[in-house]
Design a protein around this ligand. Structure first.
Ligand code: KIV
Length: 292
């Protein structure tokens, strides 16, 4: 009997291999895409938002099928995909490219894409033009900018064009040179003022990165829009992690807050070592993986 053959493209777009949604998705309707209003309403409804990063089609399909509420194409791809020490070298063209890959894999999650370093700092006009490209050419549903008060003109310009925009306060990795490293941010009055400024400027949500849990709780109470924490404790309205950290795919740098839910790096090493051994000793390919 001939071995079963997989046709190119035969995996259903609706059911990635091995993935099954974990229970009822918490935001929006189960089978319908999560919209920005659904995302915002989750806060008042007391439903916690589970979000992750993705940078390509395969990962986006898996995360989407597992029921995440939003996928962020983060400029963290500079580190976990491109191998840079920081996100600073990532370009707008690269963000558009990765957003396009992810967009093809997303059916339900809200798709948010990062504006990379120097694609929005020059002027509100530059911010709007860059955001527009992520939506129009990349397929993003929303964009994210880093910074509090200083980002108000950019957020206002983007939001005024009906492009949903997310803020990002606390540790803003694009400020790594000024901050001197990836450090916990503790200036509570400034952080609260930043969050309120971002909300007043028209952002629909805010990432709060690397701040003490008690401060994140106060920030969350001080705004009506959802706060999405990373290294900000349990008091935020939702959480985000870099998927490579959660899955154990990235070892160069391991933030304390990044809980590892799987060790796929080790699984990949084991699988590839087995493949190398089998090719060398002639046990692969066997009859099941060859044609008669
Ligand atoms: O770039 C990124 O992945 C991010 C998240 C960690 C929030 O900004």
């Amino acid at each position: 009997m001939p071995a079963p053959q997989r046709e190119p493209g035969s995996m259903s777009r609706k059911s990635p291999a091995g993935a099954s949604p974990a229970g009822r998705p918490p935001v929006g309707k189960e089978s319908e895409p999560v919209t920005v209003p659904d995302f915002v309403a989750a806060k008042a409804q007391g439903r916690r938002l589970a979000t992750l990063t993705a940078y390509d089609y395969t990962m986006a399909r898996l995360l989407d099928a597992a029921g995440v509420d939003a996928i962020l194409v983060g400029d963290s791809l500079g580190m976990v995909v491109q191998g840079h020490e920081t996100a600073l070298p990532v370009t707008l063209e690269e963000m558009i490219y990765h957003t396009r890959l992810v967009a093809r894999g997303v059916q339900r999650a809200l798709l948010i894409s990062d504006l990379p370093f120097m694609s929005y700092q020059v002027s509100p006009q530059q911010a709007l033009a860059s955001a527009g490209r992520l939506v129009k050419e990349g397929g993003a549903h929303a964009v994210k900018v880093e910074g509090g008060l200083r980002c108000v003109p950019a957020i206002e310009a983007i939001a005024a064009a009906d492009i949903p925009v997310m803020g990002h306060i606390g540790l803003t990795p694009q400020s790594v040179r000024r901050l001197g490293g990836f450090r916990v941010q503790r200036d509570e009055p400034k952080l609260i003022a930043d969050a309120q400024a971002v909300e007043a400027a028209g952002a629909f949500a805010i990432v709060v990165e690397c701040v003490p849990s008690a401060t994140a709780e106060k920030i969350t109470a001080a705004v009506k829009i959802p706060t999405i924490g990373i290294g900000a404790g349990p008091g935020c309205d939702g959480q985000i992690l870099v998927s490579h950290d959660l899955l154990g795919l990235f070892d160069d740098f391991k933030p304390r807050f990044a809980k590892r839910y799987a060790d796929l790096g080790r699984e990949i090493l084991k699988a590839v070592e087995t493949y190398v051994r089998e090719v060398r000793d002639g046990t692969f390919p066997d009859a099941d993986h060859a044609f008669r």
